[in-house]
Design a protein. Structure first.
Length: 328
């Protein structure tokens, strides 16, 4: 089917572009969007064909990524001067249809919303060590408030014992992944012009306290990193929700993106370390030992860096269709 721009209203194109800038597992971009004609509504759907089967077998990370895309769409509506009317999981018989966004009353964007809208195109995932400067406590407090506003909790893991425990759990899960040939092939297949830039993966995955993904198979060449920067790990945080339903995953995605955009607007980037949440037994350990019984949805490092690699995104021509046309 044709997805030519001529079929779509300008607002829908604006929302689709914004939504496509959200983070996703290894830049898989597991979504597509639909316009309800004349800019009446904007739909967000999970694209099952783009889900990483071994990394995300239950689809939790796919839904979180779509939640982040939803938050970007909400901010894009605010950027146009309207309040968004959001309906989560609109059709009980269609679990891939995750959210609908419509235009409600006119209202100018707040200062924070304008900041986040401006940060959308500049927010990029970091891989590797951060600079020596720590993230300020005042900003961390603000990030906690932004997470809470979306129904999630952002827990800073700053005690030495807790940090060591979490590092051990990340290492355990990453070792499970590295020992699985199918998983290593899936991760390696995400690197390239349409996925994760190879130049963003050149640091040894074990160069900071939390083990990273071995996209390029560097561990096979260097079992031990040539240099390790534990002091440049950054601030470690865990994003949690009280429950673990699809609605919670959507809320976690919106909270994640709200935190990432506000952080990016203040010069702070994030690195993802969600490996322990992809191994059920290890995720249960994170929940018990780190998250105080709440459900861990993301593990992040936050910090300052001048390095940035923009990951490619599919545009509206590839992701946006009309809801009155057959869904693929």
């Amino acid at each position: 089917m044709s997805l030519a721009h001529a079929q779509h209203g300008r607002a829908a194109l604006h929302l689709a572009h914004a939504a496509s800038l959200a983070p996703s597992p290894h830049n898989s971009q597991p979504w597509f969007f639909a316009e309800e004609g004349h800019d009446h509504g904007f739909e967000i759907h999970a694209d099952r064909g783009r889900r990483l089967a071994l990394t995300d077998p239950g689809g939790r990370e796919t839904v979180i990524a779509c939640g982040a895309a939803l938050f970007n769409a909400r901010i894009a509506v605010r950027d146009l001067g309207f309040r968004p009317a959001v309906d989560l999981l609109p059709e009980t018989g269609n679990p891939a249809y995750l959210a609908r966004v419509a235009f409600a009353a006119h209202a100018p964007a707040t200062y924070d919303e304008a900041l986040m809208a401006g940060a959308m195109a500049h927010r990029h995932t970091h891989r590797g060590p951060f600079g020596a400067d720590r993230v300020g406590e005042e900003l961390l407090d603000d990030l906690r408030e932004h997470a809470r506003a979306e129904g999630a909790d952002l827990q800073v893991v700053d005690g030495a014992d807790q940090l060591d425990q979490l590092a051990d759990l990340v290492r355990t899960a990453e070792d499970v992944h590295r020992a699985d040939r199918g998983h290593t092939a899936e991760i390696a297949g995400c690197v390239g012009p349409a996925g994760v830039p190879a130049e963003a993966c050149l640091y040894h995955p074990d160069c900071v306290l939390l083990a990273g993904r071995d996209y390029l198979g560097l561990v096979r060449q260097f079992a031990v990193p040539p240099q390790k920067w534990v002091s440049r790990t950054g601030t470690v945080v865990v994003l949690t929700t009280p429950y673990d339903t699809r609605a919670d995953w959507l809320r976690a995605g919106q909270a994640l993106q709200r935190v990432l955009l506000y952080a990016a607007a203040h010069g702070v980037r994030a690195a993802f370390h969600t490996q322990p949440l992809e191994v059920p037994a290890v995720r249960a350990e994170v929940r018990t030992r780190i998250a105080f019984g709440r459900f861990p949805q993301l593990v992040l490092r936050l910090g300052h860096t001048n390095q940035t690699w923009a990951t490619p995104r599919r545009g509206p021509a590839e992701t946006l269709l009309r809801s009155d046309l057959p869904v693929r």
